[in-house]
Design a protein around this ligand. Structure first.
Ligand SMILES: [Zn+2]
Length: 115
């Protein structure tokens, strides 16, 4: 893999967290879609599906925020980026990070194993 196409998220073996997050948001979106369709048939299940969808979406975001960390100092990088960048660009900035904004260590290198 050439430099520039690989993100630190891949380099540090945390790509699966992205997939879980995408799956979680897809599931949440699916539940909300089902909720809205249930409105056309009486809407008695709307609240249940909508609540499940919102809960799944929120839980996915909280988990993603808590789990994607700097391999060196374990800083919560999603949270760091969300709270310090405009919300239109934090995802791009997060993926393009070369150094941890907290400890300044290079993110595309795994943490030095302790002997
Ligand atoms: Zn760090």
């Amino acid at each position: 893999m050439s430099r520039g196409t690989s993100s630190w998220i891949l380099a540090t073996g945390q790509a699966w967290k992205l997939y879980v997050t995408v799956a979680g948001f897809t599931g949440a979106l699916g539940l909300l879609t089902v909720a809205f369709f249930s409105l056309t048939s009486g809407g008695r299940t709307f609240m249940a599906f909508a609540a499940c969808g919102l809960f799944l979406g929120a839980a996915t975001f909280v988990w993603f925020t808590a789990s994607l960390r700097c391999p060196h100092c374990a800083a919560k990088l999603v949270w760091t980026m969300v709270s310090s960048r405009p919300h239109s660009s934090w995802v791009i900035d997060l993926a393009a990070l070369e150094r941890c904004p907290v400890c300044k260590a290079r993110l595309d290198q795994a943490a030095t194993p302790t002997p």
